[in-house]
Ligand binder design. Structure first.
Ligand SMILES: Cc1cc2nc3c(=O)[nH]c(=O)nc-3n(C[C@H](O)[C@H](O)[C@H](O)COP(=O)(O)O)c2cc1C
Length: 324
């Protein structure tokens, strides 16, 4: 299948999740069958000012292809310049964030704030499309306080955007209420560029239902992948081959969690990895026997070796090794 002219092997995209989908986790998700990856949102301003931390966000390796680098900002010129700089790394896509609801982003007129001014949204898209040969996609929410998804999608298509990702919640909804998948269907019917549906996919069954209900070309999964990259292969197997999802055992979960931690240590060093991985480990162990106690224990440790030993010892407990 193709999205924005890029050949994609599976119908499942990993959502950009700031603070979660760093290179280490993206590579794990790739192993689990993600057909398309995105970097977490990166400030166009920060890129143009060459802030070291910002530059770290847009780095990726060839193993992660196909990958989109996501940019956020409010000014067409700055976004266009950021896109030119990112293009040097030759990502497969450049994605524009028209969805972030966070206060610190919208108060600068970026993310979902752009949906209040669709003319400017169109100008941003046009400027970035003109700045680079790389296909440019856009990830939208359905609007600021009302649904404008179809109107903005048409404007973006006219501006040369090559594919859309639709998270059908308004900014005002933040992450509350339910994503209205009918809006994805409306966008799909209104434009001729490919559409990825996003929002509230928690199982492989949800993914299939979204595809059938909306006609979207691919699905994108966010929160449900945290501590649970298995959902990606489950969706691929179910959507492509009708294979019903099987849940991994606790031991498998802990093994992947350990592998994730070890890769983080390699990338960031032991100390930084130990802190960065706390929430990720908490997500992997959620729902396991005595998870609260284990999480408290791990959060109290500053030494990577001790965290790894704690995970190892937990894995060897009879109720984990030999579940009833
Ligand atoms: C912690 C967190 C960080 C996020 N960061 C980004 C981001 O950097 N860029 C973006 O476009 N969306 C971001 N999102 C939104 C997700 O990509 C996705 O659209 C949303 O979570 C709905 O999908 P889901 O129900 O599968 O989680 C973030 C969401 C969460 C919960």
């Amino acid at each position: 299948m193709f999205f924005a002219g890029i050949d994609i092997q599976t119908p499942t995209a990993l959502a950009p999740l700031a603070g979660w989908t760093d290179q280490v986790f993206r590579l794990i998700c790739k192993d689990f069958g993600a057909g398309l990856l995105f970097t977490e949102m990166t400030s166009a301003d920060g890129l143009v000012r060459e802030q070291v931390k910002t530059l770290e966000y847009v780095r990726f390796s060839d193993k992660e292809r196909p990958i989109g680098v996501q940019l956020f900002g409010a000014e067409p010129d700055i976004l266009a310049e950021a896109a030119r700089r990112v293009a040097r790394y030759e990502p497969d896509l450049i994605d524009l964030n028209f969805g972030c609801p966070a206060k610190k982003v919208v108060k600068r007129g970026a993310g979902s704030a752009l949906l209040k001014n669709m003319q400017l949204t169109g100008q941003v898209a046009k400027a970035v499309v003109a700045a680079t040969e790389i296909p440019v996609t856009a990830k939208i929410r359905s609007g600021w306080d009302k649904n404008v998804a179809v109107d903005v999608s048409r404007i973006l298509e006219d501006a040369g955007i090559a594919g859309l990702i639709v998270h059908p919640r308004t900014q005002k909804m933040l992450f509350n209420g339910q994503a209205d998948w009918e809006i994805i269907a409306d966008v799909k019917n209104a434009v001729s560029i490919p559409v990825i549906g996003n929002g509230d996919i928690k199982t492989a069954f949800d993914a299939k239902q979204m595809m059938e209900q909306t006609g979207c070309d691919m699905v994108m999964v966010g929160r449900a992948v945290c501590g649970n990259p298995w959902i990606l292969s489950q969706i691929n197997d179910y959507v492509q081959f009708g294979i019903k999802p099987q849940e991994p055992s606790s031991v498998e979960r802990l093994q992947v969690c350990t592998r994730h931690f070890q890769a983080a240590i390699e990338k960031y060093g032991a100390q930084r990895a130990t802190h960065l991985m706390r929430k990720q480990i908490a997500a992997y162990i959620k729902g396991m026997p005595k998870a609260t106690e284990l999480r408290r224990n791990i959060f109290s440790l500053d030494d990577a070796g001790q965290v790894l030993d704690t995970l190892q010892n937990y894995m060897l407990q009879p109720e984990i090794m030999l579940p009833s």
